[in-house]
Design a binder for this molecule. Structure first.
Ligand SMILES: [Ca+2]
Ligand SMILES: [Ca+2]
Ligand SMILES: [Ca+2]
Length: 372
């Protein structure tokens, strides 16, 4: 018996150069810069004018932290376009034997065509990046990233020649000394995984690090799901009572190898896990985006707007497009109470959407589209 219960409320860092880092052991390497001491990464700035920092400035008005370039001591994510500089931030990664690897990271940068840009390299650990100098080009993974027009994610399958080796992952920001578009580079959510598909039971527990079948964040769980796909049914047990502060787009998208049922469900006797979602100035931010996927269940998760102004309100709980056999159960959705907001929004061809015991508050519309 399906029922839709509706509550329509209507109402830093400077120039520390060191080598001999402790390598990170895979299968999972993740870095969101939120809780890390700066010492995990080595920053090579010296007297260069545009320096790397780890802090929160690159996200205006948000709690989120990243690594970013600044020419004013880290106070703002702004660079001096009139002075040339090359600076680096790096960390060592130990690649185990096994299968191929995938690298994902988020970045944001303006820059200038072939003059001001972000580079990403993978070098031997015997190589130490030098301020004012490029990393030798044979090590480049990305030779020129700029003009992202907002935060963007890159994804790259790494060569199998890395198996069993320790390598140095280097991010470099280069400026030539004239002309440029703000902001300079910022990077976040760096992630390296082996590409084997998911199967069986995992946890999402934000008190434990990612690894050993646990994901610290929803973002890491969904990145892995989207990247690696599934070879059998998958359950994510989300620990009850925990609060997840979300400011990133959570998406399960088409083109991925999600070909078996995937369930996100509350685990434990406490309150539903609560996702407090900070949106953007866009008028259609959603807690979860499901695009072109099928057989996905959310059971016992609450979604709540954490935005405080029109620049960051959450307007939708779930956004579904071209999905089938999606089930939403035992959830509470609270978005921002303004016109054109939706608890559940569907578009395209949505088949067999099941909604059971879902409370929707502060939403102008409860569910639009093919809602049953
Ligand atoms: Ca971050
Ligand atoms: Ca320039
Ligand atoms: Ca918004």
């Amino acid at each position: 018996m399906r029922k839709l219960i509706l509550f329509l409320a209507l109402v830093v860092t400077t120039c520390n150069i060191s080598i001999g880092q402790t390598p990170e052991h895979l299968p999972f390497f993740t870095e969101d810069f939120e809780n890390e001491s700066n010492s995990k990464w080595t920053i090579v700035n010296e007297t260069q004018v545009n320096k790397w920092y780890i802090d929160s400035t690159a996200y205006a008005g948000s709690y989120r932290k990243s690594a970013y370039i600044s020419s004013d001591g880290g106070a703002s994510n702004v660079y001096d376009i009139n002075r040339g500089s090359i600076t680096h931030i790096y960390h060592d990664i130990q690649f185990p034997q096994g299968e191929e690897f995938v690298l994902l990271f988020d970045w944001n940068a303006g820059g200038e065509s072939s003059y001001d840009y972000l580079q990403v390299s993978l070098t031997d650990t015997t190589y130490s990046p030098v301020p004012g100098n490029f990393v030798p080009s044979e090590n480049l993974l990305f030779s020129r990233l700029n003009f992202s027009n907002g935060w963007k994610q890159e994804r790259l399958i790494l060569p199998e020649t890395l198996l069993g080796q320790t390598k140095r992952l280097v991010f470099t920001w280069r400026t030539d000394g004239s002309v440029g578009t703000q902001p300079p580079a910022a990077i976040d959510n760096i992630y390296i995984s082996q590409t084997h598909p998911l199967a069986g039971v995992y946890t999402i527990d934000n008190t434990l690090p990612t690894g050993n079948r646990n994901f610290n964040t929803f973002k890491e769980a969904l990145d892995t799901l989207n990247t690696n796909g599934t070879s059998d049914s998958v359950i994510f047990n989300v620990i009850s009572g925990q609060v997840h502060n979300i400011a990133e787009r959570l998406q399960i998208a088409s083109g991925n190898a999600v070909d078996k049922p995937v369930v996100f469900r509350k685990s434990g006797n406490g309150a539903n896990p609560l996702l407090k979602v900070t949106g953007t100035s866009n008028y259609s931010d959603a807690g979860f985006y499901l695009d072109g996927v099928s057989h996905i269940t959310f059971d016992g998760l609450d979604i709540e707007n954490a935005g405080t102004t029109s620049s960051n309100y959450l307007e939708q709980g779930f956004y579904l497009t071209n999905t089938s056999n999606v089930q939403l159960r035992n959830c509470s959705i609270q978005v921002r109470n303004t016109y054109d907001n939706y608890g559940i929004y569907t578009s395209g061809t949505v088949n067999a959407l099941q909604i059971e015991n879902v409370g929707i508050r502060d939403s102008y519309y409860l569910c639009i589209g093919n809602c049953k």
